[in-house]
Design a protein around this ligand. Sequence first.
Ligand SMILES: [Zn+2]
Length: 98
Amino acid sequence: MKENLHEICVVTYCPFCGKAHEIEVNEIDYLDWQDGELVQNAFPYLDADEREMLISGICPDCWNGMFGQEEDEDPDEDWGYNEDMGFDPYLGCYTDDC
Ligand SMILES: [Zn+2]
C-alpha cells in the first residue's frame, strides 16, 4: 500500500554558502539509504543535484561555481549611518543638535 508511505523533508546545509535546502524523499527510502543503500538506488526519483545535496550538502549553485566562473562574494558591510546626515560617530549625536 503506497498510501502508507511517508514523505519526509530532509534539510541539507551547503558547506560553501550555508544555504539550507529541503529535499522531499520517502521515509522508507531514506532509511534504506542510511542502511547503506546507494543513493541512486534509494532515490531513483531524485535528480543528480538533489542526490548530491543529500550526500555532500553542496547546492547546485556552488557545484556550478566550482566548475564555472568564480564568483567573488563580498557582501558590502553597511554600518547604517549616513555621513550626509551630520552624524558624528565619536560624539554619538547629530552635530546640529549639540
Ligand atoms: Zn551552496
